[in-house]
Design a protein around this ligand. Structure first.
Ligand code: IMP
Length: 191
């Protein structure tokens, strides 16, 4: 069985990747489980940060490593919070939702995009990066209880409900993460 080191210290993220990789005959272990240090995310893009994390984990372990970086880009905020999504509003999501909705309202510009970059680093130092995007609009008010992060304020194109209302069954078909992962899976399966 192939083994890939997931460059995360988040047990939830490890589990998510383990579920996605199992059908491909790939076992997932995490940087956290191996006690590897976390690098500084100093990149200026999702792809750059995913690459920093994947290379750091590969070099620390000598094993093939996979990292992701994701976030929400809001048109009315010129693409913010973007790579700073997890820190925007200092973890106070209700406050962050209100800031984003107010900016969209003021600019009358509701478009937004979730982005996910996945980077696979091989022991020889080569990397492959896969980007998935999910386009939509900011909701006029937060709604729904499923998911995490900005799911309550994001309505994907083709739907009239937020990710937090649509739930995993819909989100996992169309999300930025699902789209990036589909590209990685195709590569791992040699398609
Ligand atoms: P990270 O990729 O785990 O660093 O996540 C970045 C941040 O982007 C998360 O903490 C969330 O705030 C936001 N984010 C990324 N993907 C999603 C998503 O699918 N739904 C809601 N928020 C997300």
């Amino acid at each position: 069985m192939k083994r890939i080191l997931i460059a995360t210290h988040n047990p939830g993220k490890l589990k998510e990747f383990a579920v996605l990789l199992a059908p491909l005959g790939v076992e997932a272990i995490s940087a956290g489980q191996l006690g590897l240090p976390e690098p500084e995310e100093t990149g200026a893009s999702f792809a750059a940060n995913a690459r920093i994390k994947a290379l750091h984990a590969m070099r620390a372990s000598g094993q093939m490593a996979l990292a992701d970086d994701s976030g929400l880009c809001v048109a009315a905020l010129n693409g913010a919070p973007g790579i700073l999504s997890s820190r925007y509003g200092a973890g106070d999501y209700p406050a962050a939702f209100q800031r984003i909705i107010a900016a969209a309202q003021a600019a009358n510009e509701w478009r937004a995009r979730f982005v996910c970059a996945l980077c696979l680093a091989h022991p020889d130092g080569t990397t492959a990066t896969y980007i998935g995007q999910s386009d939509g609009v900011i909701a006029p008010a937060p709604s729904g209880g499923a998911g995490f992060g900005y799911d309550p304020i994001f309505i994907p194109f083709g739907h009239d409900k937020t990710y937090a209302e649509l739930g995993a069954a819909v989100k996992d078909q169309i999300s930025h993460r699902a789209r990036a992962f589909a590209q990685l899976a195709a590569r791992l399966q040699g398609k």
